[in-house]
Design a protein around this ligand. Structure first.
Ligand SMILES: Cc1cc2nc3c(=O)[nH]c(=O)nc-3n(C[C@H](O)[C@H](O)[C@H](O)COP(=O)(O)OP(=O)(O)OC[C@H]3O[C@@H](n4cnc5c(N)ncnc54)[C@H](O)[C@@H]3O)c2cc1C
Length: 367
């Protein structure tokens, strides 16, 4: 029976897996790699429910910034904001809000490290070599490790996905910009509200958050084209919300999701973005990893057969993950459409936005 596992990665998925496995008395070696926990992420009602099952929610509440409503607006050519629709969240089954990536990783890490069975290596894994039942890992410091069972939680560009899936063909990357402001003005304008602002060059997602115990505003700009940068504004009202001096950081997310792949090969089980690369238009990547972790936790409560765990996980989670990828892609296309399709989209949001959001998001939030 396997009781030693290796986790590759040091972000949300890796530390969530560490929480789940240490709880069942596994010995865990975790290779953290570099830290890239910038900005915040949305926790939707399904993510909040999952968080409740993974960690003590009293630790989360002080660093969680709740939203009461979603507003969808259009930035028109005169740089003024035109309201399209709003969607109230207060009566939803559970909380919706934001949390800083650094804080959420810290919560999982603290919880996992309560167990004395975790060993952290602050190096990267450069190679996974599998010869039959034996698996060897070579880290960036030239050390060789053996492992019976590997959890590849090193993201979409990690070594684990390359090992399990092989090199990818026809893959494109979508550029996305992120920024954080600690100014009070934008925070006051977006307090309790998630705003989606549609612009001719792309769309913004803006919401309040808490970064290093300070009230902050989190920004995402998704350009329609990879070579577009976040627009600069002249309109003073708009500048309160989106100051020109924001320090934008760009990131690339995988675009081609059509490929059918496996998430397991020779004792290496992909988890998180490494398993299911998801475009971020629905803000579900991290929320789904939380749901995945709840699945693992529940399975391990009645069995320690890791082969069966992998099979059950694929049966239980693959279809939902696939559906969310497709929905996310569709939302991305809709939000970036221009001209006639853009006008139809705006008209549909203005006339029927609440029902559209309800029909689209509720099945995801109430899983
Ligand atoms: C712009 C944007 C906005 C988003 N907004 C949301 C949101 O609001 N809500 C939400 O739920 N999700 C959101 N997501 C998705 C969410 O961020 C991801 O799903 C989540 O971060 C994936 O976590 P992960 O741990 O699987 O991978 P990653 O966060 O990519 O972490 C992988 C880790 O592995 C480490 N690593 C890489 N290679 C190695 C190696 N060889 N050895 C050791 N370690 C290695 C890296 O340093 C990194 O720490 C968003 C994504 C983007 C891009």
């Amino acid at each position: 029976m396997i009781k030693n596992i290796t986790i590759i990665g040091g972000s949300v998925a890796a530390w969530l897996a560490a929480v789940v496995f240490t709880k069942k008395k596994y010995h865990v070696n975790i290779f953290e790699g570099d830290s890239n926990s910038f900005g915040s992420q949305q926790i939707s009602p399904n993510g909040w429910l999952a968080l409740n099952q993974i960690c003590n929610i009293e630790h989360v509440e002080p660093i969680f910034e709740p939203f009461n409503t979603i507003h969808i607006k259009k930035i028109n050519s005169e740089q003024t904001l035109e309201f399209l629709t709003n969607y109230d969240l207060i009566n939803k089954v559970s909380n919706y809000g934001s949390i800083s990536r650094e804080d959420i990783i810290e919560i999982f890490k603290t919880q996992a490290l309560k167990s004395k069975r975790v060993k952290i290596y602050s190096s990267k894994i450069d190679h996974i070599v599998a010869n039959g039942l034996n698996k060897e890992l070579l880290d960036s410091e030239g050390r060789l490790f053996e492992s019976d069972f590997i959890i590849g939680a090193d993201g979409v560009n990690g070594i684990s996905r390359k090992f399990v899936v092989g090199s990818k063909k026809n893959t494109g990357f979508k550029k996305i910009f992120r920024a954080v402001s600690l100014d009070n003005n934008p925070y006051q304008l977006t307090k309790r509200m998630l705003q989606i602002l549609i612009h001719s060059e792309g769309y913004y997602v803006i919401y309040p958050t808490i970064i290093k115990k300070k009230k902050a505003t989190n920004y995402i700009f998704v350009p329609n084209k990879n070579n577009t940068t976040p627009p600069k504004f002249l309109n003073s009202t708009l500048l309160y919300l989106i100051p020109n001096e924001l320090h934008w950081i760009s990131t690339h997310v995988q675009k081609n999701l059509k490929e059918k792949t496996s998430i397991y090969k020779q004792g290496t089980f992909l988890f998180g973005d490494a398993a299911f690369p998801t475009l971020p238009h629905l803000a579900q990547g991290g929320n789904q990893i939380l749901e995945d972790a709840v699945f693992l936790k529940k399975f391990l409560e009645h069995s320690d057969n890791l082969d069966e765990l992998v099979n059950s996980f694929i049966r239980a989670r693959y279809l939902k993950r696939d559906l969310i990828s497709k929905k996310s892609e569709l939302i991305g296309k809709l939000l970036s459409s221009k001209n006639l399709t853009g006008h139809i989209r705006n008209f549909a949001i203005q006339s029927n936005g609440k029902d559209l959001i309800d029909n689209f998001l509720n099945p995801i939030w109430t899983s």
